[in-house]
Design a protein around this ligand. Structure first.
Ligand code: F3S
Length: 284
């Protein structure tokens, strides 16, 4: 059997950096409790491994339960500044694994707020990244989940203001463009910053190339990883045989009968799980 990897797959830059920082913290601070604020990564296998090494996961609203002088890792999504303040009160040693792309959005919101601009942020209001970025604004930020949120009332309010549009890093580029167009028609003083991260698109594009050349495609990643699920959905449209697995033991038997199998993986899938699947297939 021939096994092909997608040209771009697995960990994005921000998640790789966060995971490496956690492994280092667990090594450097063996005598302190080490916490992650929320699950570090959407991959159960990696999370379990990190838990076995001592990582404890705690939700942001339970910071008061963290003992003083703990090590606390801020995950790639980032947090709002009031969470940092709470951690400082607890004398926590903060390891900030906020993805630099997310941090750039936080800084923009801080700057535009200081300049008195109105900010529109597209994204999922319940997502940790969006909550964190919004925390850098005062009462000058409106969250836009989809076009329905662009009400006439909001457009009337914004039309004579200086307005800035930016986005959650994993927001749909198509929806962002639609929102951008609607706003451009209604708001004369509009600055647009497309802060959508290319990582998702790059993995999707590489997957399309893979589908052209393979009898079957295996998508590796957590069952709760949104970008892995999106890869699986795309693969199903372009290849007759597709499966979504978390590790090699889940490969369906039929895939072992194919001449060519392609592998891709979501942005929170570690190298070792990709290598495990690849080695298993090459061994057949
Ligand atoms: Fe950062 Fe993009 Fe990954 S924003 S966490 S590199 S998806």
């Amino acid at each position: 059997m021939k096994v092909f990897r997608a040209d771009i797959l697995g960990f994005c830059f921000g998640v790789r950096r966060a995971v490496e920082l956690v492994y280092k913290a667990l090594e450097d601070y063996k005598d302190n409790p080490v916490y992650s604020l929320g699950p570090l990564i959407h991959n159960e296998i990696t999370l379990e491994k990190l838990k076995q090494k001592g990582l404890q996961i705690i939700e942001e609203n339970n910071i008061t339960d963290i003992p003083e002088n703990s090590v606390v890792i801020i995950r790639a999504h980032g947090v709002s500044p009031n969470v940092i303040d709470e951690l400082k009160k607890k004398k926590a040693l903060i390891i900030d694994a906020t993805c630099p792309r997310v941090m750039a959005s936080q800084k923009m919101v801080q700057k535009f707020t200081a300049e008195g601009k109105q900010i529109l942020l597209t994204g999922d209001p319940d997502h940790g990244e969006v909550i964190g970025i919004a925390g850098y604004a005062k009462n000058n930020l409106s969250l836009i989940q989809n076009q329905n949120d662009l009400t006439q009332e909001l457009l009337d309010f914004l039309k004579d203001k200086n307005v800035v549009l930016l986005s959650q890093t994993t927001y749909s580029p198509v929806q962002f463009n639609n929102i951008k167009e609607s706003l451009s028609e209604n708001i004369p003083n509009l600055e647009i910053f497309n802060t959508i991260c290319p990582a998702t698109k790059e993995r999707q594009t590489a997957l399309l190339d893979l589908c052209k050349n393979c009898d079957g495609v295996i998508v590796i990643g957590g069952k709760n990883s949104a970008n892995t699920i999106r890869l699986y959905e795309t693969a199903k449209k372009h290849c007759a045989n597709v499966c979504h697995i978390q590790r090699a033991t889940e490969i369906p038997f039929s895939f072992l009968t194919f001449n060519t199998v392609g592998i891709t993986a979501g942005a929170s899938t570690p190298d070792e799980l990709i290598e495990e699947v690849e080695a298993f297939l090459k061994d057949k």
